[in-house]
Design a protein around this ligand. Structure first.
Ligand code: M6R
Length: 612
C-alpha cells in the first residue's frame, strides 16, 4: 500500500527511483509519480502503473541527482492524475510524497483555504504540503523546522519525504505509523518504505522510529530528531535480505515462486529452533518471556487476513498441546471493542509485513492495558516487530505476491513450535509424545516437497472449474482454517466468489447453495473428524454437488465418493494445515492464471495494509 523511494547522491536519480518504484509495485497501487530537481523542480505523475509513468516521461528532461518518487494506493480521492503524488505546495517551492492518512486534514484544509490556498487535488497529502509551506513563509524557518512544526499539528499516520526547489542537497523524511527506511551508501542516501529498493545499493540502513524526522544531506552525516525537537543518534543496522529473493528466479509469477519455496521457508522458520534429535525447542526471541507464558491465564491472538487464519491454527495448537485458553481476534474488531485484557495476558500479534495498521493499533491497545505482546513477523525491523515486547521472526524471506502463501505456512510453523515449547514447559505433554511430534515436524519440509509434486491433478481441476462463479470450502478441526485460507486465496486472485465454512455448519445455511454447478472443496484427511467429514461429503453428493477432496495418500473411502481427489502425505493431524494448504494455493494460482488475472497484484489489494 503506497510506496516511497527517494535518492540524493552522485548518481542520476531517475533510474534509481524508477527501479525502486518497480520493486515496490507488489505493495499495490493505482497511480505513480516522480519529482526531480535540476534547473527547476519538476513533477511527473499519472494514474496507472509505473510503466505509464515511464511512457509519460519518455521525452522529458530527467536529469538530476536528487529526487522523490511514489506509488499511491487511493485513500482520499480517486486514483487520478491530480491525486497522484508527489504534490507541489501552492508556490511550487516544495514537493512531497506521503504514505498514510492525515485524519484532521479537513480542518487543516479549511484553515489554509481561509488564508488563500487553492487546492489542486482532493488529497490529505496536498494539505500537509501547503501546511509546511505556510509555516515556512509565516515563521521564517528552514524546511526541517517547518516539517517538524507541521507534524506537531497533524493527527494520523505518515511516512513522508520532502524536497525543496532551492536546495539541491537536502531531503527531509519523517514517519509515524507508516514505515520508512534510510539506506546509507558511499556519499549517497536512499529512502524507501521498505528495504527492497535499497538492497542492491547498500546493506546499511536506519529504520526511522515513530515521530522522528531525518535531515538527509548530500555529503553530510545523517541527522535525526524527534518532532518534539530532541536529537537522536541514528542506529545503523545491516540488512540480511539478498537481491535474489526479490527476483522471480525463472518462475512466471512471484506467487508461484513463493509457493514452491515453502519446503525451504518452513525449514528456515524452524532452523536453529527445532532440535528433534535432542528433544528440544529453543525460541531465543521469547526466551525471557517463557515464565510469563507459563503463568498466563489466556492467550489472545490478533491478526488480519491470512495471518488471522494462521492464528486460528494456533488456537487449536495451543489449546490442544499447552491446555491454555486462546482467543483469535480480528485486529480491526479487537481495537474498537472494549476487550477484557489483564496484565497476566499474553497477546500474540501475527503479521507478515509487520505494518498492518489494525494489528498495530490492537497491539497498542493491549499494551496500554499492561499485557505482554509477542510478535510473529516476517519483515525484519518492521513496525510490529519493534513495538512488541519480544517475538519470533518467521524468516520466510521477502513475500512479493500479494496473496500470502509461504508467509502463512511459516507462521503456522512458528506457532507450532511455540505451542509445543509451552506444552513442554507446562508439562501438558508426555515426553515420548513430545519427541514423536518433534520427529514428525522435522519431516514436514520434505512432505511439503512431495505435496508440491501433485501439480498435474490440480491443473486438471483448475481447467475444469476456472469459469464457475462460486466455490465452497469445507473443513473441520485443524482443517477449518485451511478451508478459510483456501477460499481467501481463490477470491483474492481469481475474483471467483468463495466461502470457507466449518464442514458441519454447512447444513445451517450454505447447503442451500449446492447444485450441480457448485464445486465444494473438502479437506478430508484421515484423522480427527474424518468420519464426520465423510458424512458431510455425502450430504453434498446427495444434492448433486461436485466434490473436490484433499485426502491422505492411500485413502479409499473419500476417493470412492468425491469427484476429484488430491492426495497429500500422511502426517500428524495438527501438522496437516502445513500440507493441505499447498494444493489449495496452487488451485487458486492456476485458476487465476487461466482467467487472465494479475496474480501477483490483484485489483484493489495492497500487500501491506497500512491504513485502517
Ligand atoms: O502483513 P499482514 O500479515 O499483517 O497482512 C494481513 C493481511 O492483509 C494479509 O494476510 C492478506 O489477507 C493477504 N493478501 C492474504 O493473502
Amino acid at each position: 500500500m503506497c510506496g516511497i523511494v527517494a535518492y540524493v547522491g552522485p548518481q542520476q536519480a531517475y533510474p534509481i527511483l524508477i527501479k525502486g518504484l518497480k520493486r515496490l509495485e507488489y505493495r499495490g497501487y493505482d497511480s505513480a509519480g516522480i519529482a526531480l530537481l535540476n534547473s527547476k523542480l519538476n513533477i511527473f505523475k499519472t494514474k496507472g502503473k509505473v510503466s505509464e509513468l515511464e511512457k509519460l516521461v519518455k521525452d522529458a528532461d530527467l536529469r538530476g541527482t536528487i529526487g522523490i518518487a511514489h506509488t499511491r494506493w487511493a485513500t482520499h480521492g480517486e486514483p487520478n492524475n491530480e491525486n497522484a503524488h508527489p504534490h507541489f505546495s501552492q508556490s511550487k517551492s516544495i514537493a512531497l510524497i506521503h504514505n498514510g492518512i492525515i485524519e484532521n486534514y479537513a480542518s487543516l484544509r479549511k484553515e489554509l483555504e481561509s488564508r488563500g490556498y487553492v487546492f489542486q487535488s482532493s488529497t490529505d497529502t496536498e494539505v500537509l504540503t501547503n501546511l509546511i509551506e505556510d509555516i515556512q513563509i509565516n515563521e521564517g524557518v528552514d524546511l526541517l523546522e517547518a516539517v517538524r512544526i507541521a507534524l506537531n499539528q497533524v493527527i494520523g499516520a505518515y511516512a513522508i519525504v520532502v524536497m525543496s526547489h532551492d536546495d539541491n542537497d537536502t531531503l527531509i523524511a519523517a514517519r509515524k505509523g507508516s514505515p520508512l527506511v534510510i539506506g546509507i551508501g558511499i556519499d549517497e542516501y536512499f529512502v524507501a518504505s521498505d528495504a527492497s529498493p535499497i538492497i542492491e545499493y547498500t546493506k546499511n540502513v536506519v529504520y526511522l522510529d515513530n515521530e522522528e524526522v531525518a535531515l538527509i544531506r548530500r555529503n553530510k552525516d545523517l541527522k535525526i530528531k524527534t518532532i518534539r525537537n530532541k536529537d537522536k543518534t541514528p542506529y545503523i543496522q545491516e540488512l540480511e535480505m539478498n537481491l535474489d529473493a526479490l527476483e522471480k528466479g525463472g518462475y512466471e509469477h512471484f506467487m508461484l515462486k513463493e509457493i514452491h519455496e515453502q519446503p525451504h521457508s518452513i525449514q528456515d522458520s524452524m532452523r536453529g529452533r527445532l532440535h528433534a534429535e535432542l528433544g528440544a525447542i529453543t525460541l531465543g526471541g521469547i526466551l525471557d518471556y517463557e515464565q510469563k507464558l507459563i503463568n498466563a491465564s489466556k492467550i489472545t491472538i490478533v491478526a488480519c487476513g491470512t495471518s488471522w487464519h494462521a492464528g486460528l491454527v494456533g488456537e487449536y495448537l495451543f489449546e490442544d498441546l499447552a491446555r491454555i485458553p486462546v482467543e483469535v481476534e480480528y485486529a480491526s474488531e479487537f481495537r474498537y471493542r472494549n476487550p477484557i485484557i489483564c496484565e497476566k495476558d499474553i497477546i500474540i500479534a501475527i503479521s507478515q509485513s509487520g505494518e498492518t495498521a489494525d494489528t498495530l493499533a490492537a497491539i497498542e491497545l493491549a499494551k496500554s492495558k499492561g499485557a505482554t505482546i509477542l510478535g510473529i513477523c516476517n519483515v525484519v525491523g518492521s513496525s510490529i516487530a519493534r513495538v512488541t515486547h519480544a517475538g519470533i521472526y518467521t524468516h520466510a524471506g521477502p513475500e512479493i505476491g500479494v496473496a500470502s502463501t509461504k508467509a502463512f505456512t511459516s507462521q503456522v510453523a512458528v506457532l507450532t513450535l511455540m505451542a509445543l515449547r509451552l506444552a513442554q514447559l507446562k508439562g501438558t505433554i508426555p515426553k515420548t509424545r513430545f519427541n514423536q511430534l518433534l520427529n514428525e515436524l522435522e519431516l514436514i519440509p520434505e512432505k511439503v516437497q512431495q505435496t508440491l509434486k501433485g501439480s498435474k491433478k490440480v491443473l486438471e481441476i483448475a481447467e475444469k472449474f476456472k469459469d464457475v462463479r462460486n466455490f465452497l470450502y469445507l473443513g473441520r478441526g485443524y482443517n477449518f482454517p485451511v478451508a478459510l485460507e483456501g477460499a481467501l486465496k481463490l477470491k483474492e486472485i481469481s475474483y471467483i466468489h468463495a466461502e470457507g465454512y466449518p464442514a458441519a455448519e454447512m447444513k445451517h445455511g450454505p447447503i442451500a447453495l449446492i447444485d450441480e454447478q457448485m464445486p465444494v472443496v473438502v479437506i478430508a484427511t484421515n484423522k480427527g473428524t474424518y468420519e464426520k467429514v465423510i458424512s458431510n461429503i455425502q450430504e453434498v453428493k446427495a444434492r448433486k454437488g461436485v466434490v473436490i477432496a484433499i485426502v491422505t495418500e492411500g485413502d479409499l473411502a473419500v476417493k470412492g465418493m468425491a469427484d476429484y481427489t488430491i492426495e497429500i502425505p500422511e502426517t500428524e493431524e495438527m501438522f496437516v494445515p502445513l500440507l493441505a494448504t499447498i494444493p489449495l494455493q496452487k488451485l487458486s494460482y492456476h485458476i487465476a492464471v487461466m482467467r487472465g488475472c494479475n496474480v501477483d497484484q490483484p485489483r484493489n489489494l495492497a500487500k501491506s495494509v497500512t491504513v485502517e
